[in-house]
Design a protein around this ligand. Structure first.
Ligand code: URA
Length: 239
């Protein structure tokens, strides 16, 4: 693999394309011990690239865990609505990130942003059955019968959703608090499944995506890069 030095630096999270060009101009970047002077110099994975003397680690793809707040759409751009991309620092805006899977505008919680199309394709493919767990507050009668119906696979408007696991956690302000795990990613899936049994989802938050759990330390709107364990899971998904 050979890649332009400026692109390589962006891939290491060193800054935006403009910022990394400035770093090179200010002689802060070295390649194999020699100060780099050209942003378009070709770099390979074996080269030792340092910023202010610290060795950089390049990864071809970036994976970000975002705690999505209410009011943002899971898209890269939109003329009228706020997108999840607007929550990111500039250095993550122009490296081809997109949300791997969509949450509704009013759904909160875990969104993975990546520029790894292969990962997104594999996890979103219905045949992969990646488990996604949500916390929801639901109005209407939710009980063990609902759990049984969901377990069998609820049919609504001519479509049968695959078996889902519903755990009732208790009551909160007159609403039922539940944890629900689904193994496919259909449009408005959780809301429609509850609508099918005469209930309404009033609050929805995604807690996990496969083995990746929303980091409890992330406030709404905050994000972080995936850690080693999470990246190892992504590697397994891609196998
Ligand atoms: N199901 C929904 O209804 N909405 C979401 O955002 C995610 C799953």
């Amino acid at each position: 693999m050979s890649i332009r030095l400026d692109k390589y630096l962006c891939g290491c999270g060193a800054g935006t394309r403009t910022e990394v060009k400035k770093l090179i101009k200010n002689k802060r970047v070295s390649v194999n011990g020699a100060i780099a002077t050209k942003a378009d110099a070709k770099i390979s994975e074996d080269d030792a690239v340092r910023l202010d003397g610290a060795l950089l680690e390049y990864s071809r793809f970036t994976y970000i865990m975002l705690n999505k707040p209410d009011g943002y759409i899971s898209a890269t751009r939109d003329d009228n609505k706020k997108t999840v991309m607007e929550l990111l620092e500039d250095k993550y805006r122009n490296i081809g990130l997109f949300p791997a899977g969509r949450l509704d505008k009013d759904t909160r919680g875990l969104v993975i942003l990546t520029n790894d199309g292969d990962f997104a394709h594999r996890t979103l493919s219905p045949s992969k059955h990646v488990a996604k767990t949500y916390f929801a507050l639901v109005s209407g009668d939710v009980d063990e019968k609902t759990a049984e119906i969901f377990n069998k696979g609820v049919t609504f408007k001519g479509f049968t959703y695959k078996s889902a696991k519903l755990i009732i956690e208790g009551k909160q302000n007159g609403l039922t608090a539940v944890r629900i795990t689904v193994y496919e990613g259909r449009y408005h899936q959780i809301k429609l499944m509850f609508e099918a049994v005469g209930c309404r989802v009033e609050y929805l938050k995604r807690l996990s995506f496969g083995e990746i759990e929303l980091d409890g330390g992330l406030e709404e709107g905050d994000y972080r890069l995936l850690n080693e364990k999470e990246l190892e899971y992504i590697g397994r998904i891609k196998e």
